[in-house]
Design a binder for this molecule. Structure first.
Ligand code: ADE
Length: 231
């Protein structure tokens, strides 16, 4: 047991899918997994373990933002010895070539959070995806005929900070989209010698103001899950 996860030893798989929304964790477990148990209800941050094609896999809600995901990822790595952590989430495009409903494999996750500055004495650490996971997600997407973008994203601390002067420098340097968690996942995986990857569906565009309907989100969500479940 850890402070925020009340699973027993061995109840959590080495591979964990990480949606932000705990109800998404429930939906993923009920839709894709067999022989499911719910191992966590602390603070309503639901966590489940089941099997997919015979392989043990867990799905754990993380909440929104770097402080929240850091708590769950740290406990999964430190107390439950998890080895492959895959964020399945959404993001907002800040790049013309990235349209709503597209899928991004985040090879890197820049951040405006100060957490890494504290760890690295104000120097900049580059939080990156695990290459093996990234490469295998890319190959799976190609095999399934799912088009993906691969590149840098920004894990921002502020959802509602949408002024142009905020996102423009990131766009100018080729960053694809904004979300709020991946850089913490990558940094913690680096520290614990684990593999991390963020797979993201594009739910909105900061550039055009466009956003997806819930039916459209469902379809891209399914494509994202098809990639994530093969890893
Ligand atoms: N996740 C989905 N859309 C987002 C946005 N516009 N900003 C930050 N995180 C997001």
């Amino acid at each position: 047991m850890s402070i925020h996860i009340n699973a027993k030893e061995n109840q959590i798989a080495e591979t964990v899918l990480l949606p932000g929304d705990p109800l998404r964790a429930k939906y993923i477990a009920e839709t894709y997994l067999e022989d499911v148990i719910c191992y966590n209800t602390v603070r309503g941050m639901l966590g489940y373990t089941g099997t997919y094609k015979g392989k043990k896999i867990s799905v754990q809600g993380t909440g929104m933002g770097i402080p929240s995901i850091s708590i769950y990822v740290f406990e999964l790595l430190n107390s439950y010895n998890c080895k492959k952590l895959i964020r399945v989430g959404s993001c907002g495009s800040i790049n013309k070539k990235v349209k709503v409903r597209d899928i991004i494999l985040a090879s890197g996750a820049s951040t405006n959070s100060s957490i890494n500055n504290l760890i690295f004495n104000n120097c900049n650490f580059a939080p990156i995806a695990d290459f093996e996971l990234l490469s295998s997600a890319y190959s799976t997407a190609k095999e399934l005929g799912i088009n993906v973008h691969v590149g840098n994203i920004l894990s921002t601390d502020a959802f509602y900070n949408t002024r142009e002067e905020f996102w423009k420098p990131w766009t100018d340097y080729g960053v694809l989209a904004l979300e709020m968690e991946a850089s913490a996942l990558y940094t913690l995986c680096a520290r614990h010698n684990a593999k991390g990857l963020a797979i993201l569906t594009v739910s909105d565009s900061i550039l055009t103001g466009e956003s997806t309907s819930s039916e459209e989100r469902e379809k891209t969500f399914t494509d994202m899950m098809e990639i994530a479940l093969q890893l």
